[in-house]
Ligand binder design. Sequence first.
Ligand SMILES: NC(=O)c1ccc[n+]([C@@H]2O[C@H](COP(=O)([O-])OP(=O)(O)OC[C@H]3O[C@@H](n4cnc5c(N)ncnc54)[C@H](O)[C@@H]3O)[C@@H](O)[C@H]2O)c1
Length: 338
Amino acid sequence: MQEQKIKFAVVGCGHIGKRHAEMISRNEECELVAMVDVKEHQQLNIDSFQVPFFNSLENFLASGIDTDVINIATPNGFHASQALQCLDARKHVVIEKPMALNKQDAEKVIYKALNVHKHVFTVMQNRYSPPSVWIKELVESGRLGKIFIVQLNCYWNRDERYYKPDSWHGSKDLDGGTLFTQFSHFTDIMYWLFGDIENIRSRFGHFNHAGLTEFEDSGFVSFDFVNGGIGCINYSTSVWDHNLESSMTIIAEHGSVKIGGQYMNQVEYCHIKDYTMPELKPTNPGNDYGAYKGSAQNHHYVIENVVAVLKGRAAISTNALEGLKVVDIIERIYTSGL
Ligand SMILES: NC(=O)c1ccc[n+]([C@@H]2O[C@H](COP(=O)([O-])OP(=O)(O)OC[C@H]3O[C@@H](n4cnc5c(N)ncnc54)[C@H](O)[C@@H]3O)[C@@H](O)[C@H]2O)c1
């Protein structure tokens, strides 16, 4: 295994599936062995990959092509069922965010993975951005003291240029909701830093997405952290024309921090007792969706982690339980709406 290349297949060859394929192809320890999508090959702009192509996951699994890992980059509503199919075929899986659209489905995936002794990697690549790495170390060092308040503000634009009629975006079954598709990275960072939440109170708004989405476009969510302190997530995709910000403000016993930018890519404020902020490397640019910027272009780290785990060099950086917790938190936010 040490010298062998890890063989990957990618299911779903849209914006993000192509990034997976690209990052796999660029990694010397990896080999891309197949791509799968329900669309026709010529519609997908994947000629450069030159690997066997299949029109369904079933057909690919039946092909017998030797594969170690299957990366699932299809619409959210397919993640859990496709992960179960891949695990049944005794493959490791990398599941794009969100891992599932409800906790029960995420549990089924974990249960199956344990049964067949295969790994589940979930994708939360914003954790690798320099401000995220820095704040994780800072929080874990205890230097901030007790956490009093954490405020997440996620204000983006997603309008008819994004919610196109033929797209899965906006559908309850395949997209799931604004917190699942747009803001699960930020929920993940909050959970990763401060742990679980309870006593959730949510209010949702439906301002300007009638006919575009089957769910809310905005919300105010407040809660307690199980570990102490209170928090809130304020979010909207109703911002006119382009993204405004994604930020996290932390008010703690020994100092305050604000991480901001469009996708929490820069530290805007840091004032902590007996502490000087180190210089951070710039964050990779956001994934490009035409007029839109999304999360950071860090998928190469995800692929590197898969290789490192399968070759026994590292632990999973975002494991299935963490993927499940993000789904669980979002599901509880949605069910605690006023
Ligand atoms: N990690 C990130 O930062 C990030 C960013 C954007 C999207 N995503 C996630 O990646 C996934 C894909 O998003 P996208 O923006 O690439 O969407 P997309 O619409 O560009 O691509 C999805 C592809 O999946 C294909 N597909 C649909 N049903 C299929 C099926 N049953 N089997 C095989 N292929 C199927 C579609 O034909 C399409 O080509 C979503 O889950 C999304 O939440 C993650």
